[in-house]
Design a binder for this molecule. Structure first.
Ligand code: TYD
Length: 265
C-alpha cells in the first residue's frame, strides 16, 4: 500500500487504541465494556467505547444495510464495512486518540480480513489494503481475540441471527482460522484468550494482558486523612455505576455523555 504523504502515524497520537475481535457470540461487547470501565477508573483518562459496524450515525445506516438488508456480493459487503470504518475513524476514533482518550472498539479492521477474506474468500491482502487506505493505516495498540468454537458461540446468540451469522458453519470455521492465523503472525499486537472462561476470569486476564502491553499510568488519588481508599475488588459493584452507549464515552466519575464533536455522532 502507498506510504504517501497522506499517511498519518497512529503512534504519534497520545491516546491508546484497543480492539476486541472474535466470532459472533463470544462476549466481546461485555468484555470491552468491563475493560473500558476499569481503564477509566485506573488511569483517570477519558474512555470511548465504540464498535464496528455502527459506531456513528452514518455507521448505523451502513450496519442496517449490511446486516439486515438485501443480499449482496462479497465485494460490496467488504466496501460497506470499509466505508463504515473510514467514517468511524475519521469522525470518532482518531479525534479521540488525538485528545488523549483510550478508545476501546468492539471489532475493527481484523474483522474484515477474517470475515470478508477468510469467510467470503476474498484476497486477504486486498481486503486489508482497502481498510488500511480507509483509515490511513491507523492500527490498534492492542487487539484482544476472544477465541471460541463457532458452534458454542452461535448457541449463545438468543435473538434472530443476522445475515453474517446465517452464513453457515464452514464460513465461521474459516473466519475463526483467519483470526487465529492473523494473531499468530503478529504476537506483539495480539492477545489470544479462550472465551470459554467465565466473564470474571476472562476480564481479569484481559486486564493483566492490557496493563502489561500499554504503559498505563494509574491516577494518583489525593491522600485523605481519615477515609481509607476502597480496595479495587473487581467487577460486580461497579457495573451499574457507569452507563454505556456505543460511541459515547465515560470518565472515572461515572457520568456518561457525548465525548466527541458533532461529526462523531
Ligand atoms: P457485531 O456487531 O459484533 O455483531 P452483533 O452485535 O450482532 O453480535 O458484528 C456484526 C457482524 O458483522 C458480525 O457477524 C461480524 C461482521 N463483520 C464483518 O463481516 N466484517 C467487518 O469488517 C466487521 C467490522 C464486522
Amino acid at each position: 500500500m502507498s506510504d504517501g504523504a497522506d499517511r498519518v502515524d497512529a503512534v504519534s497520537a497520545p491516546g491508546y487504541f484497543i480492539s476486541f475481535e472474535g466470532g459472533d457470540g463470544v462476549g466481546k461487547s461485555t468484555q470491552s465494556r468491563l475493560l473500558g470501565q476499569w481503564l477509566g477508573e485506573l488511569t483517570g483518562r477519558e474512555v470511548v467505547l465504540t464498535r464496528e459496524p455502527g459506531g456513528t450515525e452514518l455507521g448505523k445506516e451502513l450496519r442496517a444495510a449490511v446486516l439486515h438488508g438485501q443480499d449482496m456480493d462479497p465485494r460490496t459487503e467488504a466496501l460497506i464495512y470499509a466505508a463504515d470504518r473510514a467514517h468511524h475513524v475519521a469522525s470518532l476514533v482518531r479525534p479521540a486518540l488525538e485528545r488523549g482518550a483510550i478508545v476501546v472498539t468492539d471489532r475493527y479492521l481484523d474483522s474484515s480480513v477474517a470475515y470478508q477474506a477468510g469467510g467470503r474468500e476474498l484476497g486477504a491482502d486486498e481486503v486489508e489494503l482497502i481498510s488500511r487506505w480507509a483509515v490511513q493505516d491507523l492500527m490498534p495498540d492492542v487487539t484482544i481475540l476472544l477465541d471460541l468454537d463457532p458452534a458454542a458461540a452461535s448457541a449463545r446468540i438468543r435473538r434472530q441471527h443476522d445475515r453474517l451469522e446465517r452464513a453457515g458453519a464452514e464460513f465461521h470455521r474459516r473466519t475463526r482460522e483467519a483470526f487465529l492465523a492473523r494473531a499468530a503472525a503478529d504476537p506483539d499486537r495480539w492477545v489470544v484468550l479462550d472465551a470459554t472462561a467465565s466473564i470474571d476470569d476472562l476480564q481479569a486476564q484481559i486486564r493483566v494482558d492490557v496493563a502489561a502491553r500499554l504503559e498505563l499510568t494509574p491516577v494518583v488519588e489525593e491522600a485523605e486523612d481519615t477515609v481509607a481508599a476502597e480496595p479495587d475488588d473487581g467487577f460486580d459493584d461497579t457495573d451499574s455505576a457507569i452507563g454505556y452507549t456505543p460511541g459515547l464515552g465515560f470518565g472515572p466519575g461515572g457520568a456518561a455523555g457525548p465525548t466527541t464533536g458533532s461529526g462523531a455522532a
